[in-house]
Design a protein around this ligand. Structure first.
Ligand SMILES: [Zn+2]
Length: 89
C-alpha cells in the first residue's frame, strides 16, 4: 500500500475534516507529531490459530509531543484505503 508523499499533512487534514478533538486526553498539551510511516496492528484470533499473513489494521500514529501518548487511526476510515482491502488513493 503506497502512502502519499504528503502522508502526514493528509492525515491531519482527514482528522480535521472529522472534527477530532486535538487536546491530549492524558496531559494538558495540544502538540502532536504524525509518524511519517503507517503503523500496523497485528490482529490475533481468539482461537489461537495463526494466519499468514496475519490480519492487520494499517493505521496512522499521532504522538503527543509532551507525554508520548500515542493515538492510532485506521487508514481505511481516514480514506487512505478501500475498507475491503485495496488502496483508496
Ligand atoms: Zn499528552
Amino acid at each position: 500500500m503506497p502512502l502519499p508523499e504528503n502522508f502526514q499533512r493528509e492525515v491531519l487534514d482527514a482528522l480535521n475534516r472529522k472534527g477530532i478533538s486535538p487536546g491530549c486526553e492524558l496531559c494538558p498539551a495540544n502538540s502532536w507529531s504524525v509518524a511519517d510511516q503507517a503503523v500496523t496492528l497485528i490482529v490475533s484470533k481468539l482461537d489461537g490459530r495463526m494466519a499468514l499473513p496475519p490480519p492487520n489494521i494499517p493505521s496512522a500514529a499521532l504522538v503527543c509531543n509532551n507525554c508520548g501518548n500515542v493515538r492510532l487511526f485506521a487508514l481505511s476510515v481516514l480514506g487512505f484505503m478501500d475498507p475491503k482491502g485495496g488502496d483508496a488513493k
